[in-house]
Design a protein around this ligand. Structure first.
Ligand code: PMP
Length: 389
C-alpha cells in the first residue's frame, strides 16, 4: 500500500509510541501529591514543555485537550476575558474555508457566527475582513476572529499575523487553527500574533485523541471552561490528564521540531515533482491554491470531467490511498466548501483529489503514484471514449 493521506492522519512516530508505552505503566494521577502522582505530573509537564517549544510558547500557555476539534470548540466562545470588567465577546468571524469544527461556531449563538470571504487562491480577503472589523469597532462590539494557519484540503497558508492589529483595535481575540500547519512549517506564537492556537497530536505523529489549545498571554483567561469539573489544566479543561496521549503528543512534538526544517525542504521538492508529473499526464489538470503560499506536503488537484470518486476508487484498488474533498466528512464525497469559497466551478470541484505527503514518503513513492495515476487516468479516458463511440 502507498499511503498518501497524511493530512487526514500520519503514522505514530516511534518516539511517541515509546513514550506512550512508558506512560501506560504509571499508576498515579497527575493531581495526586504522593510519589506516584508526582511521577505522572512530571510526564505531563515534560510533554507541555515539548509542545510549547514546537510553537515558541511558554509551557504554561499550553492547555491539553482531546484534539483539534475540542481545542476549536474551547477557543470559539464569548467567554474570553482580559480584565475582570470585560463583557462577553459579541461576534465570531471565521473564514469560509475553516474546518467544520470551527464553522460550527463553538459556544457562539448561530446568528453571531459570520463567514468572511477568501480570494480565488483561498486566502482571507483582507480588505473585506478589515472593513468588517472596523464596523464592529465603531459599534463597540468585540469579535472573536478565527483564521486557520494552513488549510487541510489545499494546504494554502493564511495571513494570520496581518489580522492581528485590526483584531486588537476592535478589542477582539484572534484564534488560529494550526492543526495542519504544526510540524510542517515553523510556527512562532510571537510572529503569528494570534491569541489562541489550536494543535492536534495525531496530525504530527502523536496519538489520536491528543491536542492542545495554546494561549499567547496570561492576561487572557476563560471565564467559563467548555469542560468544568476538577480544575485541571489551570481551570481551562477539567478531567484527569490522559497520560499516554499527552506523553505521546509531547514526544511527537519534540521529534517534529527536530525534523521540521529538513522535512519541509524534502517534501517541497516532492510536491514540485508530483505536480510536474501530473501536468505531463493530464495537461488540463488544475492544482488548487497554486497562486498562494502552501504547505510543502499538500497537493489538491482535479482533472476536468473526471469525478473524484472514480479516481479515488481506482487508485485504492491499485493500492494507493489518497483523499477527495474533505476526509473528515462521512466517507461520502460532497462538493468541498473550501473549493466553493474559492469560486471553483462545481464540476471541477467534484473532481478534487488531495494527495498529502508525510515523513515516510520517498521520491520512489511519488514516481509510483504518478505511474498508477497515469494508468488510472488512461483507463478512465478509454472507457469514456468507448462509451461515447
Ligand atoms: N482543524 C483542521 C484544520 C483539521 O484538518 C482537522 C482534522 N481534519 C481538525 C481541525 C480536527 O482535528 P482532530 O482530529 O484532532 O479533532
Amino acid at each position: 500500500r502507498l499511503y498518501l493521506d497524511h493530512n487526514a492522519t500520519t503514522p505514530l512516530r516511534p518516539e511517541a509510541r515509546a513514550a506512550m508505552l512508558a506512560a501506560l505503566d504509571v499508576t498515579g494521577s497527575a493531581s495526586s501529591v504522593h510519589a506516584e502522582g508526582r511521577a505522572a505530573r512530571r510526564i505531563v509537564e515534560e510533554a507541555r514543555e515539548k509542545v510549547a517549544s514546537l510553537v515558541g510558547a511558554a509551557a504554561k500557555a499550553v492547555v491539553f485537550v482531546s484534539g483539534a476539534t475540542e481545542a476549536n470548540a474551547t477557543a470559539l466562545t464569548p467567554h474570553w476575558r482580559r480584565g475582570p470588567a470585560d463583557r462577553p465577546l459579541e461576534h465570531c468571524l471565521v473564514s469560509a474555508v475553516e474546518h467544520a469544527s470551527v464553522l460550527a461556531g463553538g459556544r457562539f449563538a448561530p446568528d453571531r457566527v459570520e463567514m468572511l470571504p477568501v480570494d480565488g487562491a483561498g486566502r482571507a480577503d483582507l480588505p473585506a475582513w478589515s472593513a468588517r472589523m472596523a464596523d464592529l469597532r465603531q459599534a463597540n462590539e468585540r469579535p472573536l476572529v478565527s483564521l486557520m494557519l494552513a488549510n487541510n484540503e489545499t494546504g494554502v497558508l493564511q495571513p494570520v499575523a496581518a489580522l492581528a492589529e485590526a483584531v486588537q483595535a476592535a478589542g477582539g481575540v484572534l484564534h488560529a487553527d494550526a492543526a495542519q500547519a504544526a510540524g510542517k512549517i515553523a510556527i512562532s506564537m510571537a510572529t503569528l500574533r494570534a491569541d489562541l492556537l489550536t494543535l492536534s497530536g495525531h496530525k504530527l505523529g502523536g496519538p489520536f485523541g491528543s491536542g492542545a489549545l495554546v494561549l499567547a498571554s496570561e492576561a487572557l483567561h476563560l471565564a467559563e471552561p467548555l469542560i468544568a469539573g476538577g480544575g485541571q489544566e489551570r481551570g481551562a479543561r477539567a478531567g484527569t490528564e490522559n497520560l499516554p496521549a499527552i506523553a505521546g503528543f509531547g514526544a511527537a512534538a519534540e521529534a517534529a521540531a527536530r525534523d521540521l526544517a529538513a522535512e519541509a525542504v524534502r517534501q517541497r521538492a516532492l510536491q514540485g515533482r508530483l505536480e510536474a508529473g501530473l501536468g505531463r499526464i493530464a495537461p488540463d489538470v488544475v492544482v488548487f491554491g497554486q497562486g498562494a503560499e502552501r504547505l510543502p506536503n499538500t497537493i489538491c488537484f482535479a482533472v476536468p470531467g473526471i469525478p473524484a470518486e472514480t479516481t479515488l476508487m481506482a487508485l485504492d484498488l491499485q493500492g494507493v490511498a489518497v483523499s477527495s474533498g474533505s476526509a473528515c466528512s462521512s466517507g461520502k464525497v460532497r462538493a468541498s466548501h473550501v473549493l466553493k469559497a474559492m469560486a471553483v466551478v462545481p464540476d471541477l470541484a467534484s473532481g478534487a483529489i488531495r494527495v498529502s505527503l508525510g515523513r515516510s514518503t520517498a521520491a520512489e513513492d511519488v514516481e509510483r503514484f504518478l505511474a498508477v495515476f497515469h494508468r488510472v487516468h488512461r483507463t478512465i479516458y478509454e472507457k469514456r471514449r468507448m462509451r461515447a463511440a
